[in-house]
Design a protein around this ligand. Structure first.
Ligand SMILES: C[S@@+](CC[C@H](N)C(=O)[O-])C[C@H]1O[C@@H](n2cnc3c(N)ncnc32)[C@H](O)[C@@H]1O
Length: 263
């Protein structure tokens, strides 16, 4: 039943968006900032361990239509790039990209995986698609097992506590809550302890973990105080604010950028 929610949700998105980057994230600002963070962090993680791009092994767990893999492919020529995806329609789409050196597996990150060892493992809003904590924990166990010692887990996932902050700001301003979608189960801060017990220790990242906070506050709270909910501000407005303001004011972004190192 819970798997069906995920399968149906992404089957529809695959049909409507195809290979577009917006398949899993319609907000272009967020999509771009996630990609920029993942590329910069992967570069930093590899460089800090003296791993050249040609020797790097990078895994995207829950690779969707392969958009992120295609962005990684442009920046890490010669690397071994692997994606794992649960939804057959998305596996098919990702494979149509035919990127040399990129392998797409059809599989389930909750099950014990034998995909080899990786220097960097990325999840981009995919662990939150696992709708029970025990499933999320199983994915974290897989990540720990597949990382090399000193390897980095780059986590771009939504957290319940920061979603609550955003909700409070909206309610104070007489805006309705933005509900957590039925295909998501947000992580709680306590998962960081669970990761530590597995042997994954949080380390500082190239961006603050709340790097999307100002954008969430502006786009989900502030703009609705002066525009109609159905007429969002144009991209020019977000570009202006991105340059005018620090990115990480407050804790209003459910989506956080975090990095964990295997001990
Ligand atoms: C937000 S999307 C990821 C976006 C992707 N990085 C991209 O470039 O478009 C999350 C992905 O996780 C996949 N997913 C959900 N449950 C999964 C599971 N148990 N195993 C593997 N992938 C899963 C979803 O089908 C979806 O494609």
């Amino acid at each position: 039943m819970k798997d069906q929610i995920i399968l149906n949700h992404y089957k529809n998105l695959a049909k409507n968006w195809g290979l577009q980057g917006q398949m899993s994230m319609q907000d272009k600002v967020i999509r771009q900032r996630e990609s920029d963070f993942i590329i910069a962090q992967t570069q930093h993680s590899l460089r800090s361990r003296g791993i050249s791009p040609e020797k790097a092994r990078i895994l995207d767990l829950g690779c969707g239509n392969g958009h992120l893999l295609s962005v990684l492919w442009e920046s890490f020529a010669g690397s071994t790039l692997v994606g794992l995806e649960f939804v057959p329609e998305l596996v098919e789409l990702a494979r149509t990209r035919n990127l040399p050196g990129v392998t797409i597996h059809h599989g389930d990150m909750r099950e014990e995986l034998a995909l080899g060892e990786f220097d960097v493992i990325i999840t981009e809003r995919s662990v939150i698609n696992l709708l029970e904590w025990t499933w999320q924990e199983a994915a974290f166990q897989n990540i720990t097992r597949m990382l090399t010692v000193g390897g980095h887990y780059i986590m771009v996932e939504s957290f319940y506590e920061s979603w609550m902050e955003l909700k409070a700001a909206r309610l104070e301003n007489k805006l309705s809550e933005v509900p957590i979608s039925s295909h998501n189960r947000y992580l709680k801060e306590a998962c960081v302890d669970a990761l530590l017990k597995l042997g994954l220790c949080e380390v500082s990242a190239v961006e603050p973990q709340n790097a999307l906070s100002s954008h969430f506050f502006l786009s989900r709270v502030f703009q609705h105080l002066f525009t109609n909910e159905n007429t969002p501000a144009s991209e020019r407005v977000w570009e202006f604010f991105a340059q005018a303001l620090p990115k990480n004011i407050g804790n209003y972004s459910p989506i956080q950028f975090r990095v964990f190192e295997k001990q």
